[in-house]
Design a binder for this molecule. Structure first.
Ligand SMILES: *Cc1c(COP(=O)(O)O)cnc(C)c1O
Length: 388
């Protein structure tokens, strides 16, 4: 049996996969088992933030594998301490809980919000407002939080306590922000929902109303964080810092990681035994995370991300098939006039370019380290497809 046949036989069919067996990667290109090379504008859904097998990152990870691959959270490790320190310094947060995925980071945020409110106000202030068209993960709680009906199937009963508000609708927000609410959870740019940024007025309203009522703001920066938008956190574009911010995807450069960051107000909510994760803060993941943070914090790195974002957006604007380009920085949504995003992704694959889709849009999340030349090469392929 070949790889695809083995998959079909033994791996659950929960994903619709492209017919590509990926074998290795280097820089911003990867190679399939037949030796065909692809430019990667998807980064494994924004995870391989430094591209494939970046030298310094690989060295740091391999060194850690050979030193100490895991230790339970019954003990301290220097590498988790260093990553936590760097992450808090870079993000401006007070403390962090580490898990292994975005969903896990959001689970932690949900638990902190509910316990914060329970400790201070008692029962019946447990509702969390999430936005229509949001995406927060696939576990039962994060699926319940996700404001898309397509996900609310099969797995009944879902968790109680999530109320959906229309994104950018301040009146809807006001009408639902009653004294049963402990938190508002939002993505500054809805990723899976179609790369749609919230508008500043709505974000301002969320923060003002929440502040008045001691309701926490949770920013899900699983996709937007770690330099993706040209700032370390997307909240910086809006001049906001949530009480709780969750990160994952690109944070450790392609190793499973989840981080739930809190400000001082929420840092002591989780007491010993209140939450846990066997692999959370795993030394290999932390070593990868340190390498990512060192790169993002290196001189001019985010400036370059911004320059690349300006360049790619300008190039895309020249394409007549493109209706509009959304998102911020290197988180890019492309609305097409006539073509179907999924057809474009399929054709791009055939021509050696990996891209993503989100709802009816083409979505690009290129590695932050991509060069102008590689961007140019990828855009050329994309434009050829769109204009044919
Ligand atoms: C991907 C994503 C998640 C889920 O992350 P997993 O690591 O797949 O659990 C949650 N929120 C947002 C905004 C995401 O983009």
């Amino acid at each position: 049996m070949n790889t695809m046949e083995k998959f079909d036989k033994h791996v659950m069919h929960s994903y619709k996969r492209y017919p590509l067996v990926m074998q290795k990667g280097e820089g911003r290109r990867c190679t399939d088992e037949n030796g065909k090379i692809y430019i990667d504008f998807g980064s494994g859904i924004g995870t391989n933030s430094l591209g494939y097998c970046d030298e310094k990152w690989s060295d740091a990870v391999c060194r850690q594998v050979r030193t100490l691959q895991h230790s339970s959270n019954y003990y301290y490790t220097g590498v988790q301490a260093e990553f936590a320190e760097k992450l808090c310094e870079t993000s401006g947060y007070d403390s962090v809980f580490f898990g292994n995925s975005g969903a896990e980071a959001n689970e932690c945020a949900i638990k902190i919000a509910r316990k914060y409110s329970f400790d201070k106000y008692g029962k019946n202030r447990h509702n969390i407002i999430t936005l229509v068209n949001s995406f927060h993960g696939r576990t039962m709680a994060t699926l319940s939080a996700t404001g898309q009906d397509v996900f609310h199937n099969y797995f009944f009963p879902f968790l109680e306590g999530f109320i959906n508000v229309k994104a950018n609708d301040i009146d809807d927000l006001k009408s639902k922000l009653d004294d049963t609410v402990c938190a508002v959870m939002l993505e500054y740019i809805q990723g899976e929902g179609g790369v749609n940024a919230l508008n500043q007025d709505f974000v301002n309203a969320v923060y003002e109303l929440c502040e008045e009522k001691d309701i926490l703001v949770i920013a899900d920066e699983v996709q937007t964080g770690a330099g993706r938008t040209g700032k370390f956190l997307a909240g910086e574009h809006f001049g906001k810092k949530a009480d709780i911010t969750t990160m994952a995807k690109g944070l450790a450069g392609g190793i499973p990681i989840g981080a739930c960051l809190t400000n001082e107000k929420c840092s002591n909510v989780l007491s010993a035994g209140a939450h846990g994760s066997t692999f959370g803060g795993n030394p290999i993941a932390c070593a990868g995370g340190i390498a990512v943070l060192e790169r993002i914090n290196s001189d001019g790195f985010l400036d370059e991300v911004n320059e690349k974002a300006v360049f790619i957006r300008k190039e895309l604007e020249k394409c007549s098939e493109i209706e509009s380009v959304s998102g911020i920085g290197l988180m890019i949504g492309i609305k097409l006039k006539t073509k179907k995003a999924s057809d474009v992704a399929q054709k791009a694959l055939e021509k050696g370019l990996l891209i993503l889709t989100a709802k009816d849009k083409v979505r690009l999340l290129p590695p932050l380290t991509i060069s102008m030349e590689e961007l140019g090469d990828g855009i050329k392929i994309l434009r050829d497809i769109l204009e044919e």
